[in-house]
Design a protein around this ligand. Structure first.
Ligand code: PA5
Length: 444
């Protein structure tokens, strides 16, 4: 049997030929070829010379080996992994665990520290016995208030439960190799540590120890994630414009945004286990592309607002707006070819057409029909939409899907001429919080 592609993008309903005036003209996509080629060439060069860290992360086998061996060693005898992080330091891991955690393997995983809401922390403390928990505090800078304040509290509770001396055996700090207060604390307390590579920004760090350690503790095959990532990246680097899915994805979103004012990007997986992928994408797309100035320092005020939706759930919430509201959106569905588990429906009421038409159908079949129906209705209403197809939800396809979205984001940044890898708007807020809370050296 020929090997299945881990992913392909069907963009036909993004085009004017299919959806009318709100769609992109094929000729405009062809005319964008030179710029797309240039963006691809730049990423190819960066992958070869290592100047954009996340592109070469899957080749850093030593990091992956360290992650797997530490996960094995540190989770022995424990029940729960508590990941303490925020933004790029937890959304990727959350996505992986939600999509891929096997029911019968690995630690239970809980996430906390992306909010300083004491009721959420109280809920965690009520439901997790810290005696059998491993804390993984994740912060690249090592100083972010939400995870660090949460860590200080949980560390204190852990010490009360297992003793000052023993607590260090139940903490892993994922942080910068040399700098930041978390690094200082980890060295002082003798915690096991994992590196956040200094050339990889938070929202692009899912395939570094930031995402891989929680995934490995959860029983997920991390090698599969990296294999899928490499396959999609290499296919992107070697496939010419026109047939290159990530270039098409970025090109179409750029044209919809720049020529038709479509400033909203909706990601709508038809799979409950992929719901958090949309939250991860929301940060990636929003924080990478939402920039006041371009790379030359000129004020441009760019950005496409990412919206996280879920099929079929949001058919009964958002779809009315998408079908009939303003023409300001481009929608991308994710369709899964086959579900890992499925059920065929019984036929208890053969005389009642209202339910008997479902007899013998599987849920996967119904979900795919719902996705198609939504796309057909949108197309009929002239609304641009596309589909990312994956054959199933597996480490390979999820690693590939996340890489596809990171590549598309990087290409989109090239087209918009903005720096995908900084976040001055986030840093500004962090500085103001420090000043408000009286940190020395920070003034309002
Ligand atoms: O993408 C980013 O860089 C940010 O979202 C960071 O991940 C987030 O602010 C958390 O930062 P840190 O890992 O330094 O705690």
């Amino acid at each position: 049997m020929p090997k299945e592609k881990p992913l392909f993008y069907d963009h036909r309903s993004m085009l004017k030929e299919r959806v009318g005036v709100a769609g992109v003209r094929s000729i405009d996509l062809v005319r964008l070829s030179k710029r797309l080629e240039k963006a691809q060439a730049k990423l190819k060069l960066a992958a070869a010379d290592g100047s954009v860290g996340w592109l070469t992360v899957p080749e850093r086998r030593a990091d992956c080996r360290e992650v797997k061996s530490l996960a094995r060693k540190m989770s022995a005898g424990l029940k729960t992994l508590v990941v303490i992080g925020i933004g790029g330091s937890d959304l990727g891991a959350k996505t992986l665990v939600r999509a891929l955690k096997p029911a019968s393997r690995g630690l239970d995983v809980r996430f906390v520290g992306s909010n300083t809401d004491p009721e959420e922390i109280a809920d965690l403390l009520r439901t997790v016995d810290l005696k059998t928990a491993l804390l993984n505090v994740v912060s690249k800078s090592g100083g972010t208030i939400e995870p660090m304040s949460t860590f200080l509290l949980l560390r204190d509770r852990l010490m009360r439960r297992v003793g000052r001396k023993s607590h260090a055996r139940q903490v892993v700090a994922t942080t910068d190799r040399t700098s930041g207060v978390l690094r200082t604390i980890a060295d002082r307390e003798g915690y096991a540590t994992l590196p956040v590579p200094d050339d990889v920004g938070g929202r692009f760090s899912v395939l570094t120890p930031v995402g891989l350690f929680p995934a490995a503790c959860a029983g997920i095959a991390v090698d599969g994630l990296l294999r899928g990532a490499v396959e999609v990246r290499d296919s992107f680097l070697s496939t010419s414009v026109g047939r290159n899915d990530a270039l098409n994805f970025a090109g179409l979103h750029y044209l919809g945004y720049a020529r038709r004012g479509q400033r909203i990007t909706v990601l709508m997986p038809y799979a409950a286990r992929l719901d958090l992928l949309s939250s991860w994408f929301r940060q990636l797309w929003g924080e990478s592309l939402g920039k006041e100035i371009n790379v030359d320092g000129r004020i441009v005020g760019h950005g496409l607002t990412p919206v996280a939706a879920l099929g079929a759930t949001d058919q009964h919430s958002q779809i009315q707006l998408y079908n009939e509201g303003p023409f300001d959106k481009m929608i991308t569905f994710i369709e899964v070819g086959r579900m890992r588990e499925d059920f065929s429906l019984p036929n208890p009421f053969p005389d009642l057409e209202g339910v008997s038409y479902l007899a013998g159908k599987s849920f996967g079949e119904i979900l795919r029909a719902e996705r198609r129906a939504t796309a057909m209705a949108l197309e009929d209403n002239g609304r641009p939409n596309g589909v990312l197809h994956i054959p199933e939800i597996s480490p390979e396809t999820v690693g590939g899907l996340m890489t596809f979205l990171m590549l598309s984001t990087a290409v989109m940044a090239e087209l918009l001429d903005v720096n995908a890898y900084n976040q001055p708007g986030v840093e500004k807020g962090k500085r103001i919080i420090s000043a408000l809370l009286g940190r020395k050296g920070f003034k309002l």
